[in-house]
Write a protein that binds this ligand. Structure first.
Ligand code: AMP
Ligand code: ZN
Length: 473
């Protein structure tokens, strides 16, 4: 039904090696990307990570998988609480506009919308239940300050491994040390807060719980939301490399401590972005949001292109000159595509079995741990050769249509085409096809199951006299 999956290889931080990607229950892939902390506009470094997540999702869909992409909204966190206090507003009044801006920017950058976007504030019951479970299992304790901490010593005592993503120096660990902060130093392997007891500085930001009034820590929020939406074990978890420790290590400890099952099969981490050779900072004047760049006349598509030029595991240096170069590169693609469109005309269909090397070259590159430079290499080689053929009048309308079809397929991964059609992923089309087959065979149980599967993936299927219609929910 789905055809053979492309032999996709990805670098798994868990094994520190490039591995063949084999999901737990193909064709389904559960993917969780740690979302934005909505205390400000996302900067261009954050966007590198979210565009990387979008590339992973699109590559999986291109490979024939049915992806369920979850990206949370972190709306309870230390920095947010501080800013809520400073701005004298309510939590929701403060975070709402940043959440809206984030989702607008995500669209401007051509990212496919995650299927589920859980907010921490909507998952308090799940968070509290998870903390309770860890307490019941003896892995969490209430300290004198009223906060609940995760005990790393108890967790290790059960034969569990703390330090799966990063080699940690346990010699420097001072037993009994605790941290209440959401982010802490790489060197301190300390017990971390699951529930932070209410303090006057929290203002009105607190919730009731069996452990007293307070609020959850950042790490437990992600564990609770991912376990609830994707289940106790799922395929892929992503974020920027700074999240490996403590955030992701703590997510593993909490989740595996509570369920006794392996939490995530593949961990992917994107390298950081520098701007004009330096770490971004407001005082250096190199701190850009997407809006700053758009105000300078650049488009989301150009920013997306530039962010997609470097391999995800390499530090990338973002420059305004580079962005100008992105404009030129995209114009070359646009020109070639529009010439092909003009030649093929609206009704030309690609001849059966047309073999466009772009497809094979691109597929080989992207499935090799997302080798994006080789992928762009294949695209620009195709542009060069196609332009030459067009100039020599060596393409028929049907051949032009075949080239266009190949480009459209490739652009399903890159997402840089001028036209932003709401594409329907292959995997969704395949599921829809399977449903039609099931209906034909009068297997209505199966056809209803598939309808529900599609719904869970964010697609509504409708039968109409002219055939089926798929709509994004
Ligand atoms: P935050 O909103 O701070 O939780 O960060 C959102 C995402 O952006 C996380 O996955 C971070 O790892 C990532 N991130 C933060 N700074 C950078 C950077 N300079 N380059 C790439 N990714 C970053
Ligand atoms: Zn997270």
């Amino acid at each position: 039904m789905f055809g053979p999956f492309m032999g996709l290889k990805l670098y798994n931080t868990l094994s520190r090696s490039i591995q063949e990607f084999t999901p737990l229950t193909p064709p389904h892939v559960g993917m969780y990307c740690c979302g934005p902390t909505v205390y400000d506009f996302a900067h261009i470094g954050n966007w590198r990570t979210f565009v990387f997540a979008d590339l992973v999702r699109r590559t999986l869909e291109f490979s024939g998988y049915a992806v369920r992409h979850v990206m949370n909204i972190t709306d309870i966190e230390d920095k947010i609480i501080r800013r809520v206090r400073e701005s004298g507003t309510t939590l929701r009044e403060f975070t709402g506009p940043f959440e809206t801006a984030f989702l607008e920017d995500l669209k401007s950058l051509g990212c496919r919308e995650p299927h589920v976007q859980p907010r921490a504030t909507d998952y308090l019951a799940e968070i509290i239940a998870l903390i309770q479970k860890l307490m019941d299992r003896g892995l969490a304790y209430r300290a004198a300050d009223g906060s609940v901490y995760f005990s790393i010593a108890k967790y290790q005592g059960c034969g569990c491994h703390y330090g799966q993503l990063l080699k940690l120096n346990f010699e420097e660990m001072r037993p009994g040390e605790r941290v209440a902060a959401d982010e802490y130093a790489k060197e301190s392997v300390a017990d971390f807060a699951l529930w932070k007891a209410r303090v006057p500085e929290d203002g009105a930001v607190f919730w009731q719980s069996p452990f007293g009034e307070g609020r959850p820590g950042w790490h437990i929020e992600c564990s609770a939301m991912s376990l609830k939406v994707l289940g106790e074990s799922f395929d892929l978890h992503l974020g920027g490399e700074d999240l490996k420790f403590p955030h992701h290590e703590d997510e593993i400890a909490q989740s595996e401590g509570a369920t006794g099952k392996p939490f995530v099969k593949y961990w992917l981490h994107g390298a950081h972005l520098l701007v004009e050779g330096r770490k971004m900072s407001k005082s250096l004047g190199n701190f850009f949001t997407l809006r700053d760049l758009m105000a300078r006349g650049f488009t989301g598509r150009e920013v997306r292109y530039l962010l997609l030029t470097a391999h995800y595991r390499e530090t990338f240096n973002f420059t305004l000159d580079g962005l100008a170069g992105a404009k030129t590169a995209l114009a070359r693609i646009d020109e070639c595509v529009s010439k092909l469109r003009a030649l093929s005309g609206p009704s030309a269909t690609a001849p059966a079995g047309s073999d466009i090397p772009l497809l094979a070259n691109f597929t080989a590159a992207i499935s090799d741990d997302l080798n994006i430079s080789a992928a762009w290499g294949a695209v620009f080689e195709w542009v060069r050769e196609t332009n030459k053929k067009l100039a020599d009048n060596a393409l028929s309308p049907a051949e032009a249509a075949a080239h266009l079809a190949a480009w459209t397929k490739i652009d399903g991964v890159l997402g840089v085409s001028l036209k932003t059609e709401a594409e329907i992923p292959e995997s969704i089309l395949a599921l829809a096809g399977a449903r039609t087959e099931a209906k034909k065979a009068r297997d209505f149980k199966r056809s209803d199951e598939i309808r529900n599967e599609l719904k869970a993936l964010g697609w509504m299927i409708e039968d109409s006299p002219s055939g089926i219609k798929l709509k994004k929910i």
